[in-house]
Design a protein around this ligand. Structure first.
Ligand SMILES: [Ca+2]
Ligand SMILES: [Ca+2]
Ligand SMILES: [Ca+2]
Ligand SMILES: [Ca+2]
Length: 297
């Protein structure tokens, strides 16, 4: 058996997973901006082809214990492995809409497989997660890896990785007498998505433009975020639910709600009018269906 790549063996760490910056204007090598729909169709075909022709070492996880972490190996279905179950038969799919240049939504399939659920709650796409992970290309190259867990904020991550986070549950932790700690029963899985949910035409030294990506993730734990400390969780400040936190600005003061401590600009801090009776429901004094913290009238 010749594994084409093995997770957890490479420790280079570029934090490429974070949203890449806009392309440097001075960069002379111009990457053509492909049509999002056409590019998606091409990449989705190659993802399906990859998933039909490869398997992962699922048999190694049949007797997984609480403290095991993932050591996922992908390999081709050939020779001795000809009877292995292809990834294609194991993945689940969700669709993520991405806007193209003309503001038309192009649905992108995101494929994922959960190896161990985890035992706690699921994070939201806005939360801070404590994860170890590795990012891979289809040729087996690892472009980003973190064996020891790191804190990352969901809203700063590339979309495919961000959308995978809520599909995993966090684990539990034991604190040892010497102050060290061990996570166990945390969620383990992998995700495969096209470049429309990744870097698209913005490549890097280690990621060619228009690369579908694979990430394997261990979800150790997470913490809910409330960036403006106004008692409204950041996930709840995304009023249109598009997972873009910068386009929700109720009072149009160019400060998005998630960092605006007075969302309706009525001089009353959101924290003082959001849920004053603590019943878990945003207050709506005048009963007009617009909660007080978003209602300046
Ligand atoms: Ca908030
Ligand atoms: Ca939004
Ligand atoms: Ca605002
Ligand atoms: Ca207010």
């Amino acid at each position: 058996m010749k594994p084409i790549f093995r997770l957890h063996t490479i420790s280079i760490f570029f934090i490429l997973i974070f949203c890449s910056c806009k392309k440097d204007e001075s960069n002379q090598s111009v990457i053509p901006l492909n049509d999002l729909t056409e590019q998606y169709i091409i990449e989705n075909d190659s993802i399906v082809q990859f998933m039909k022709s490869h398997f992962y070492n699922y048999q190694d996880f049949e007797n997984i214990t609480s403290y095991d972490s993932s050591d996922i190996i992908f390999d081709s279905i050939v020779g001795d492995n000809i009877n292995k179950t292809p990834i294609f038969d194991q993945v689940s799919t969700i669709q993520i809409g991405i806007k193209d240049e003309n503001d038309q939504i192009v649905n992108h399939n995101l494929y994922y497989h959960i190896i161990r659920n985890g035992k706690g709650e699921n994070p939201s796409v806005a939360d801070s997660v404590f994860v170890s992970y590795q990012g891979l290309l289809f040729d087996g190259k690892s472009f980003d890896s973190r064996e020891n867990p790191i804190w990352m904020e969901g809203k700063n991550l590339i979309r495919g990785f961000q959308e995978f986070l809520p599909l995993l549950k966090k684990g539990d932790v034991t604190i040892n007498s010497n102050g060290t700690y061990n996570f166990f029963d945390f969620g383990i899985g992998f995700v495969i998505f096209p470049s429309g949910l990744g870097y698209f035409q913005n490549g890097s030294i280690s990621i060619p433009p228009y690369s579908p990506l694979i990430f394997k993730v261990d979800m150790m734990t997470f913490s809910r975020t409330d960036h403006d400390n106004d008692t409204v969780l950041t996930i709840d400040e995304d009023l249109d639910g598009d997972h873009n936190f910068n386009n929700d600005d109720t009072d149009s003061d160019n400060i998005p709600n998630y960092v605006d401590n007075d969302d309706d600009n009525d001089g009353v801090l959101t924290r003082n009018e959001y849920d004053t009776n603590n019943d878990g429901i945003p207050d709506d004094s005048d009963g007009d269906g617009i909660p007080d913290y978003l209602d300046s009238n």
